[in-house]
Design a protein. Structure first.
Lengths: 172, 172
DNA sequence: CGCCACGTCTGCGAAATCCGCAATCCCAGC
DNA sequence: GCTGGGATTGCGGATTTCGCAGACGTGGCG
């Protein structure tokens, strides 16, 4: 009933030969299993997680703390923006002349911008915007984003209906 | 030190005149403050939250449980896909002929698709895809998405660099 | 007005959980 | 074979969670 993870106890928690280029350590099967548990319920007690992954309560606690410290995961409350009073959302595609990264940084600094990613394709940057109403959205796009020096053009996609949003990376 | 929320105790926790059209109840200031606390740390103890928002431990516990039951928020672990072994991500814009929603549903059913939203603009649907490698990504886009009957065209934006991703709705 | 129903808040004791720490184990290097 | 570092375990003590009974405030109704 517990989908026990075997993983030959205390194998390679951090095998330095498997570091990704960004310096982020790879995760072993046990840590992955711990993350999965916490993706189902971020408040699940350490003892319960330990039983599921085959580790003691203290060991789970230690690994969770390390994962948090390393920034591999965070345990947070996520909400539906609509119920929290944000009624307009949009994805904005941005084309840039000159330094793309500095524009991306400028977008990152805006509190209405939830999500910024540099892409390959017909946009240089995609940014998701969360606003309270149409006026607010219009203001952010036309007055603030298009005003940035280096922004050549933008294209907006106003959200009509959010169909799916999961946080289950690795739970497949 | 605690940014106390006053809120004239036991005022309108759920004022039925302020229901949004979707039937989701509006949140009062105290619940919002609780959510903010949990957005900073999803495992923060109820007593600490209570001190911050001016409520007893039991009351906070009750409200959090209700927020979870109502689906207003969820407390989960979120990770950086890269560190969990997903090396390719892309946003895909989809154009549809016929029923948009049924295509959106089909995308929603795919485990590689993290995010599906119906939009106004030059795409009918935006979908975010999380894959293990290029082959996997290619397979999902060309074999699975473009094969859906009703999909007229797609345009892909492969992620080069994720600059920002927050879960702080309402914390502004 | 009195009364009741309903929802929320509080206080409190019992059970479960979290936390820190010292001891142990395991592997790699010398 | 010995040693060092990291991971794990076991264990009390402090803290937190949990369930529940009682209090409080509001609104409906005879």
């Amino acid at each position: 009933m517990h989908s026990e993870v075997v993983a030959s106890r205390s194998a390679d928690q951090r095998d330095s030969s498997r570091e990704s280029r960004s310096g982020t350590p790879q995760l072993d099967a046990v840590s992955l299993a711990i993350i999965q548990q916490l993706q189902e319920d971020g408040r699940r007690p350490y003892a319960a997680i330990g039983k599921a992954v085959g580790l003691s309560e203290a060991a789970v606690r230690q690994r969770v703390q390390k994962l948090l410290d390393q920034g591999v995961m965070q345990i947070v409350a996520v909400t539906d923006p609509l119920t929290v009073g944000f009624r307009r959302q949009a994805m904005v595609g941005v084309n840039v002349e000159g330094d793309v990264e500095s524009i991306a940084d400028a977008l990152t600094a805006m509190s209405e911008v939830e999500y910024v990613v540099m892409t390959a394709g017909s946009f240089d940057i995609l940014a998701e915007i969360v606003c309270e109403d149409d006026d607010h959205l219009l203001d952010v796009i036309n007055k603030r984003i298009r005003a940035l020096p280096g922004v050549r053009s933008t294209e907006s996609f106003v959200y009509l209906k959010l169909k799916k949003q999961t946080y289950m990376w690795g739970t497949r």
